[in-house]
Design a protein around this ligand. Structure first.
Ligand code: XMP
Length: 534
C-alpha cells in the first residue's frame, strides 16, 4: 500500500487514481494522520499539494514521523515544500504565480553521493532529458535543505525537482498526477514500482476474491444482510457481490417510489432477480410516496419527503422479511438468523469527502441517501465498495456479469423524477415525464451517443405554451432536455448534440407524448447552473 497524505489539493484523489491504474493499492488519508496510529505499514508515502502556504500560521503540517518510517517519500507541490521546510529549506512566494504548462529539464546528479546514484536518478530514469509538466503554485522552494540536490528545473523554478543525497526522499514542484503532465504517470510509476518496489497486484479479479472472503468473515455463518437497490450501478454491483459471498442470506429490497423512470421497477426485477439470481423484493409504494408529495413544490421539501418515506417503507419491509423468515424457520426451514447488517454502496469519493481534514464541503443540495436507516434499525453497516472509484466499480460489475448497458448507465438521483418535475408531482405529470425521458434516452442510445454523455434526462416545466396541432390551437406543457459531460459532476459542460438527433427527439416527443407541445434544450454549464434543475 502507498499512503497518500492529503493536504487539501483538488488533485489529491488523482494521485490515488494513478497508483491504482499502475495496479498498486493506494489509500488517501488526511494530512493530520498520526503515523503511530496507522494500522498498516505503507511501502511509500506521497505528500499531496495544498491551497495553503507552508509558512501560513494555520497551514497543515505532516507528522515528522513520516520521515522516520524508513520508506520512500514523494512530495508533490506543497508536499515538496513541506518536506523541504521540515528539513531546513526555505519556501517563499514566487514573483509570478505559475499556472499551466512548463518544460522540465532533468538534471543528472554528479555530486558526492554517486554511490547511491541508483536512487538519486530513479525518479526520472529512462524518461529523457526534458518533459512537459503541469504547474499550479504560488510558492516555491527558494533554498534547498543541506542534504538535498536538484534533479529537475524549469525556467522559473530552479528547484522544480529535488532529492535527498542518501535517503529515498523526492520532491517535485509540478503535478505529476494530472494528465497534462505528459509523462506524469510514468514518474509516479518510477516512484511506486521502482523506488517503493510495490508489486502491481491490485486488480479487480483480485479485489473480488479478497472482498468475498472479507464479507464472509465479517458476516460469519449466520445472520442476514439487507440492502436497498435502485437499479443504479453501485447498488447493483454491491448486491451482486453480496450474493456471491453469502447467497440467499442477502436480501435486496427495491422501493418503487412512484418517481422512477419508465418500467424501471420491472427492469430491475428482471435483471437482478432473474438474470443475476439475487434474492429481491420489489415494494410498490408509489401511492404512498405520491400521496405525500401532493402539492409540494419546494425541492428540498421533496427530497426530505422522499428520503423519510423511503426509510419508513424500507424499515417496514425489513421487519416483514424478518418475520416471514422466522415463521419459515419455525416450520423447519434452514436457520439463517436475524437481519443484522445493512448493505450500502458507498464509494471511495464519499469516503474521501468525509475524511477530508477540511470537513465535508458545503451543502448545495441535501442528496438523499439511506444513511438515516441506521439510526433506528440497530443494524451494522457493510460497505464492500468503499475502497473503489466509480470506474473501478464499473470494471467490477463487468467481471461479475452485470450487463454492459447497466454498468455504463448514467447516474439517477435518489429523489428521481420528483426533482425533474418542477411543479407539483402528480401521477399524470410523472407519466408525461417518463414517456418523454424514455424517448430522449432511447434516441440518444440509437444515435450511439450515450457513452459520450455523462448524464442526460428530460425535465417537465410547470408552464404551458401555445402551439398548433392539426389546425387546432393547443395549450400544453414544455419539456426541457438536459445532457452534460462531466468528470465528477462538481463541474459540467452542456453537451453539443448533432442537430439531426435533436430534431428527431423533439419531433418524437411532441408527436408521441400527449400534453407536451414544445421542447427546449438546456445550454447551461455547471457552474453557474447545477446538473439537475432542482
Ligand atoms: P447537481 O444538480 O447537484 O447534480 O449539480 C450533481 C449530480 O448529483 C445528482 N443529484 C442527486 N443524487 N440525490 C441523489 O442521489 C439527490 O438529491 C441529488 N441531486 C442531484 C445529479 O443527478 C447529478 O448526477
Amino acid at each position: 500500500t502507498i499512503l497518500i497524505l492529503d493536504f487539501g489539493s483538488q488533485y489529491s484523489h488523482l494521485i490515488t487514481r494513478r497508483c491504482r491504474e499502475l495496479k498498486v493499492y493506494a489509500e488517501l488519508m488526511p494530512c493530520t494522520q498520526k503515523i503511530k496510529d496507522l494500522n498498516f505499514k505503507p511501502k511509500g508515502v506521497v505528500l499531496s499539494g495544498s491551497p495553503y502556504s507552508v509558512y501560513d500560521s494555520d497551514a497543515p503540517h505532516v507528522d515528522p514521523a513520516v520521515f522516520e518510517l524508513g520508506v520512500p517519500v514523494l512530495g508533490i507541490c506543497y508536499g515538496l515544500q513541506e518536506m523541504a521546510w521540515n528539513m531546513g529549506g526555505a519556501v517563499s512566494k514566487c514573483d509570478h504565480r505559475e499556472y499551466g504548462f512548463a518544460q522540465l529539464q532533468v538534471v543528472k546528479f554528479e555530486g558526492e553521493a554517486q554511490s547511491s546514484g541508483s536512487i538519486v536518478d530513479a525518479l526520472f530514469e529512462g524518461l529523457g532529458d526534458e518533459m512537459q509538466v503541469w504547474m499550479s503554485h504560488g510558492d516555491q522552494l527558494s533554498s534547498l535543505p543541506s542534504d538535498f540536490h536538484v534533479i529537475g528545473r524549469t525556467q522559473t523554478a530552479p528547484f522544480a525537482a529535488v532529492t535527498h543525497n542518501s535517503k529515498p526522499f523526492y520532491g517535485i514542484q509540478f503535478h505529476a498526477e494530472v494528465t497534462h503532465s505528459k509523462r506524469g504517470k510514468e514518474v509516479i510509476g518510477r516512484f511506486v514500482l521502482n523506488i517503493c518496489q510495490c508489486q502491481p497486484h491490485w486488480t479487480m479479479e483480485e479485489f473480488i476474491g479478497k472482498e468475498i472472503s472479507r464479507i464472509r468473515e465479517i458476516c460469519g455463518l449466520k445472520g442476514r444482510v439487507i440492502g436497498a437497490v435502485s437499479g443504479g450501478v453501485d447498488s447493483t454491483v454491491a448486491a451482486k457481490l453480496m450474493h456471491e459471498a453469502i447467497g440467499d442470506r442477502f436480501h435486496a429490497i427495491m422501493v418503487d417510489n412512484g418517481v422512477l423512470r419508465l418500467n424501471e421497477a420491472a427492469q430491475v426485477h428482471k435483471m437482478l432477480s432473474e438474470d443475476l439470481g439475487v434474492k429481491l423484493t420489489v415494494v410498490d409504494a408509489s401511492e404512498e410516496f405520491l400521496g405525500k408529495l401532493k402539492d409540494v413544490e419546494d425541492p428540498e421539501q421533496k427530497r426530505k419527503i422522499i428520503g423519510n418515506t423511503f426509510i419508513h417503507v424500507f424499515e417496514r419491509e425489513a421487519t416483514r422479511i424478518e418475520k416471514e423468515a422466522e415463521e419459515e424457520e419455525l416450520k423447519g426451514a434452514e436457520k439463517k438468523g436475524r437481519v443484522e447488517w445493512l448493505l450500502q454502496g458507498t464509494l471511495y469519493p464519499d469516503v474521501i469527502e468525509s475524511i477530508s481534514f477540511k470537513g465535508p464541503s458545503a451543502t448545495i443540495k441535501t442528496h438523499h441517501n439511506v444513511g438515516g436507516l441506521l439510526k433506528d434499525m440497530k443494524l451494522k453497516l457493510i460497505e464492500p465498495l468503499r475502497e473503489l472509484f466509480k470506474d473501478e466499480v464499473r470494471a467490477l460489475g463487468r467481471l461479475l456479469g452485470i450487463p454492459a448497458h447497466l454498468v455504463q448507465r448514467h447516474p439517477f438521483p435518489g429523489p428521481g423524477l420528483a426533482i425533474r418535475i418542477l411543479g407539483p408531482v402528480t401521477l399524470e405529470q410523472v407519466q408525461i415525464l417518463q414517456k418523454a425521458d424514455d424517448i430522449y434516452i432511447s434516441e440518444i442510445r440509437k444515435a450511439g451517443l450515450y457513452d459520450e454523455i455523462s448524464q442526460a434526462f428530460a425535465v417537465l416545466l410547470p408552464v404551458k405554451a401555445v402551439g398548433v396541432m392539426g389546425d387546432k390551437r393547443t395549450y400544453e406543457q414544455v419539456i426541457a432536455l438536459r445532457a452534460v459531460q462531466s468528470e465528477d459532476f462538481m463541474t459540467a459542460d452542456w453537451y453539443c448534440f448533432p442537430t439531426d438527433v435533436l430534431r428527431r427527439i423533439s419531433s418524437r416527443i411532441t408527436n408521441e407524448v400527449a400534453g407536451v407541445n414544445r421542447i427546449t434544450y438546456d445550454i447551461s454549464s455547471k457552474p453557474p447552473a447545477t446538473v439537475e434543475w432542482l
